[in-house]
Structure formats: structure tokens, C-alpha cells
Design a protein around this ligand. Structure first.
Ligand code: URA
Length: 200
């Protein structure tokens, strides 16, 4: 039932993107346990995610595995998705290669209805946002900052979903900013406490 509803939402999203961008983009849809009370929301898939058709299976996914183990849960217990479900890239003239870039306002705007519907179907009690893009989307505020809001639970109504949002830094940011690692680990222990007290 939930899977069918999610498939319908995904098809509508695919159609909307095709019409908007005038081409077919390879998409990486949410994956995992659709009956989970906990959803992880990232930013957008990277190259490995597009290759494998699953969110968080590249380098950021490895960091994520470490984090999930601190929480004492298994990846299979969660539902994992992204705000934007296609890879957003920039071309680097020096290397002649494409690299990931942060999704822009237009890409986020066109995707927001669909992550709203996706969460309304899954109906989790707890959503863990990873990084600024997912946080800003859920709190509906472009100026919200992970630097201030990380590690603090917030009550959120987003489309037809009502949940506690627990904002975390993006696991990829730990790769580039090693100094964040200890804060990130502290936040994970706070999240673990929250989950224990709220019977997750
Ligand atoms: N980063 C994200 O935000 N999502 C992924 O799926 C992979 C990397």
C-alpha cells in the first residue's frame, strides 16, 4: 500500500522533472523500511548513488554507516531519502570532470512537494536531516543554519507529516571539515538519548 503510493509519487516527480528540464534525469528514490518510525533525509545523490540507484552508498554513505552504528540501529531499520533525487553537478574546466554541487533554489523548489508527499506517506515520528539543504527544506526557511540548529530537536509540520526533526551536520561535511567531527559525535549521542527516552 505505502509502496504503491510511493511509486505513484515517484512517477509524478519523474514526469514533472522531464517536463521542466526537457530530458530524462537518472533518479535515486528513497529506500529502506517504509514502515520505519525514523527517516533520514540528505541533500542529493552523488555519482555512486546514481550508479547503484540507492541513496548514501558512496563515501558519505560510509560515514553514515558509522553514525548509524552509534545510534544502535541498523540501516535496514530506517527509510533513507534525499530532498533532490537527481545528481546536481558542476563542470571543472581544469580537470575536465564533473563534480557534485549543492542543489540550487530551482532544483529544491521543484523537489519539495515530492519529499513532502513522501514523508506524508511514510509518516515517521522522527526525521533526521543531514546538512543545511534538508534542514532548510523541512523548516521552510532559507536562512536556517545547521551551525546553530544542529543537535536540537524541533517539532515540525511539513505537508501532511508531523514529526520531530533532529538536524545533524551532513556526513560529507565531516570529510572536508575534520574539526566538526567531535561536535558531530556529541550530536549523535544526544540523538541516541532522545531515541532511548522516546522509545525508538
Ligand atoms: N549525499 C547525500 O546527501 N545523499 C546521498 O544520497 C549521497 C550523498
Amino acid at each position: 500500500m505505502k509502496r504503491q503510493e510511493l511509486d505513484n509519487i515517484n512517477q509524478l516527480y519523474q514526469r514533472k522533472l522531464r517536463e521542466h528540464f526537457n530530458r530524462e534525469l537518472p533518479l535515486v528514490f528513497g529506500s529502506g523500511n517504509v514502515d520505519s518510525g525514523i527517516v533520514l533525509v540528505g541533500e542529493a545523490p552523488g555519482r555512486t548513488e546514481v550508479e547503484q540507484g540507492k541513496p548514501f552508498v558512496g563515501q558519505a554513505g560510509k560515514n553514515l554507516e558509522e553514525f548509524i552504528s552509534i545510534l544502535g540501529i541498523l540501516r535496514e531499520d530506517l527509510y533513507i531519502t534525499n530532498v533532490v533525487k537527481f545528481r546536481t553537478v558542476q563542470f571543472n574546466p581544469d580537470s575536465g570532470r564533473e563534480s557534485n554541487r549543492t542543489p540550487n533554489k530551482e532544483e529544491i523548489k521543484i523537489s519539495t512537494d515530492f519529499i513532502g508527499q513522501e514523508l506524508s506517506v511514510i509518516n515517521p515520528g522522527l526525521v533526521i536531516s543531514l546538512g543545511n539543504i534538508a534542514l532548510r527544506c523541512m523548516v521552510n526557511d532559507d536562512r536556517a543554519s545547521i551551525g546553530t540548529l544542529h543537535g536540537h530537536p524541533l517539532n515540525i509540520s511539513f505537508f501532511n507529516a508531523h514529526f520531530t526533526l533532529f538536524p545533524l551536520y551532513h556526513p560529507a561535511s565531516i570529510i572536508y571539515r575534520r574539526e566538526l567531527k567531535s561536535t558531530y559525535i556529541e550530536d549523535l549521542y544526544k540523538l541516541r538519548e532522545y531515541m532511548i527516552s522516546n522509545h525508538y
